[in-house]
Design a binder for this molecule. Sequence first.
Ligand SMILES: [Zn+2]
Ligand SMILES: [Zn+2]
Ligand SMILES: [Zn+2]
Length: 265
Amino acid sequence: MKVTVLGSGTSQGVPAIGCDCAVCRSTDPRDRRTRPSILIETANNGSEGSYTRDVRSILVDTSTDLREQALTRDIRRVDAILFTHTHADHVFGLDDVRRFNQMQKSPIPCYADRATAATLRQIFSYIFQPPEQRGGGLPQISLFHIGGPFTLGSVDIVPVRVWHGRMPVLGFRIGSFAYLTDCNRIPDESWPLLDGVRTIVLDALRHRPHVTHFSVSEALDVVARLGATRAYFTHICHDLPHAETCAQLPAGVELAYDGLVLEIE
Ligand SMILES: [Zn+2]
Ligand SMILES: [Zn+2]
Ligand SMILES: [Zn+2]
């Protein structure tokens, strides 16, 4: 399984509009952070002859920058989309899945918890209650509720409840990998679901504390408790220069960056 970090930035992206700070003006490409998303790709296509749909490419969230991310990484296929929550930076690229609909000639199944699905229907009412005049076309998506662990093709997905301030958000665990973005607390009941995770991509906004995101030191505590061998921090704001911050982090912990590819057993 291969995981690509498509976007590692906080909601405003880095550089921030009109900001002259050292990170926003950095020439290191790893300091250019688009809005948060990952792509999970698997070579294993599910058991042959079964009715299981062939799922090779799973997108987590449709970030504001989805179009740029898809062009930059040459993404040609999205078989399913998992949603963590409905903040704008995670969903506003949904309209761009039209291109995948065209190429794949099919709707794209999307998976979200009940509250996220309801808000998606509200935000994107033009998709779910289509207007009479179709114009440039509408994204074709089938929205399914996540009630617990589920399987897409040959990929077993465990949703993991985490807290983003007072908002419940879903993280996802697949085998020894977990993606927990937009969170500042992992409730007691979710820790057992993360048992055995070796590689994690985890929210760490900045050094200073924040009411809805882990800080770097809080994220380091999570990594230590989890016993993960590789951790990559994401949803990073312009407070953290890539190279300098990585040099200060303990072994096995790095900042993620756009285009980072992780091979997962
Ligand atoms: Zn976010
Ligand atoms: Zn800046
Ligand atoms: Zn959020």
